[in-house]
Design a protein around this ligand. Structure first.
Ligand code: ADP
Length: 459
């Protein structure tokens, strides 16, 4: 197959993103279903008060977990200090037992607490409190209780499915001798939204685009049919969308998506996530290169490394995509060292960059379509009802902040650029200028600690 026929592969990708405009309408429908009664949608009232004291958080939801401590000074927006420690989760623990995973986490947390507290004035004896940010689909029945529905993002600990996650964590903390209780269970989007609102009252939604992807948003309580009659102090509720599992017939899949899904530990699940998030983009690029290699001699002899799942991680895709050297030296290096493809011409290196570009562009545009879906649902897309001949630009648009977090968004400039471009394209410049995507670093964890303070049961 020559270079021209390779473009047939691109056609499939472009075909998908040419149809993407309808995706955000579909997402609006999905959001309604989320409100109406899909299990596992965390819905509760967020209140951030002016608390004083030290609170902890544990953020578990991807390749790394984080332990955090914040000190609150009692006035709004006054986090006096914050400490964060990140630890990669050893691969074997992601598929081991719940006891192994939580014993590891509890002992790391204990070391963190002891390290931070040694040398400081002994504080009055008081059980420490923690916000537990756990970013997997959970059926939540109260602030502190929720059972794991299923694993995503490469985790597969069978004995934990259907179990109360807070109970498992607290049992491990007791085993490790750590005097701490979980004040509440949240997921990363909700933590990020909490921190976003703590700093900026115009924050209406939070989006995570890292190893996985998810979003939540603030909904009027009376619009949440599932919770009719439930009193909230603010009149609003947070709806955790679990949008990684969004699917639609308007979201066509390529053969690469289909193969990636069927060979994953969670087939037929998390379809949106598998097209967007950092865990998967590298593997889609690998699959495209593998197919081109098998069907042509463009990349030279077929490298056996190309058949190894997840050998090409998304940060390497970013490095190839953003290689601005005239000879594409970084691309040549990655093709050689990571994929075992050596001695390729500049034209072929450019082809590799193009593949990275198409896969990343599709992901970013889909994520942007999701964000517009939320804005449309809550009336912040500038349409404001176009009846009566009013055009979009006549509608007064309020400043609208979306808190955003995740390594794919924060560390991959081209991804960000495509996402912002797509937002402007769908909303129009007039409306898009009022929409702020605000990065909240470690927001999922710090927000979890803030919520622990807010919902503390210890006087
Ligand atoms: P997690 O989602 O695992 O809790 P992060 O939000 O830090 O943690 O996201 C990590 C993910 O972000 C990685 O799995 C990777 O896919 C993606 N990522 C990190 N750095 C980069 C980068 N430089 N370029 C592209 N993607 C990146």
């Amino acid at each position: 197959m020559d270079c021209n026929s390779v473009y047939v592969f691109y056609f499939f990708f472009f075909l998908m993103i040419s149809n993407w405009n309808c995706i955000y309408f579909q997402l609006c429908g999905y959001i309604c279903i989320a409100c109406l009664g899909c299990p596992g949608k965390l819905i509760f009232d967020v209140v951030v008060r002016s608390e004083i004291g030290t609170y902890y958080a544990l953020d578990l939801g991807g390749t790394n977990f984080r332990v955090l401590r914040i000190q609150l000074g009692g006035r709004r927006s006054s986090i006096l200090s914050q400490d964060v420690e990140r630890q990669p989760i050893p691969q074997h623990l992601m598929t081991s037992t719940s006891e192994d995973l939580f014993d590891f986490i509890a002992s790391t947390l204990k070391q963190f607490v002891e390290k931070e507290e040694s040398g400081s004035e002994p504080s009055p004896v008081r059980t420490r409190e923690l916000g537990f940010t756990f970013s997997f689909p959970v059926k939540q029945s109260s602030l502190r209780s929720g059972i794991l529905i299923k694993w995503t993002k490469g985790f597969a600990i069978e004995d934990m499915v259907g179990k109360e996650v807070v109970e498992l964590l607290e049992a491990a903390m007791i085993r490790s001798g750590l005097d701490m209780r979980a004040a509440l269970l949240v997921n990363d989007t909700v933590g990020t939204l909490a921190l976003g609102r703590y700093h900026d009252a115009d924050t209406v939604a939070a989006v995570i685009i890292g190893t996985g992807t998810n979003a939540c948003y603030l909904e009027r309580a009376d619009a949440v049919i599932k919770c009719q009659g439930l009193l909230t102090t603010s009149g609003y509720m947070v709806v955790n969308m679990e949008w990684g599992n969004f699917w639609s017939s308007h979201l066509p899949r390529t053969s690469y998506d289909i193969d990636l899904d069927s060979e994953s530990p969670n087939p037929n699940d998390q379809g949106f996530e598998k097209m967007i998030s950092g865990m998967y983009l590298g593997d889609i690029v690998r699959r495209v290169i593998l197919r081109i290699s098998l069907e042509s001699d463009i990349f030279g002899p077929v490298s056996s490394r190309l058949s190894i799942p997840f050998i090409l991680q998304t940060p390497l895709v970013a490095a190839m995509h953003e290689d601005d050297s005239p000879e594409l030296k970084e691309v040549a290096k990655i093709l050689k060292e990571n994929l075992g493809i050596s001695e390729v011409s500049l034209k072929v290196r450019k082809l590799a960059v193009r593949i990275c570009d198409v896969v990343t562009r599709r992901a970013a545009r889909l994520a942007a379509a999701g964000i517009v879906g939320i804005l449309k649902k809550i009336g912040r897309d500038g349409s404001g009802g176009t009846a009566g001949g009013r055009s979009k630009s006549d509608v007064k648009m309020r400043r609208t902040v979306v808190a955003i977090e995740g390594g794919l968004y924060t560390s991959y400039a081209m991804f960000r650029q495509y996402l912002h471009g797509a937002l402007s394209e769908i909303l129009g410049e007039d409306v898009a200028q009022h929409v702020v995507l605000q990065v909240t670093e470690d927001g999922s964890g710090i927000g979890g600690a803030l919520l622990a303070a807010s919902y503390s049961s210890i006087p």
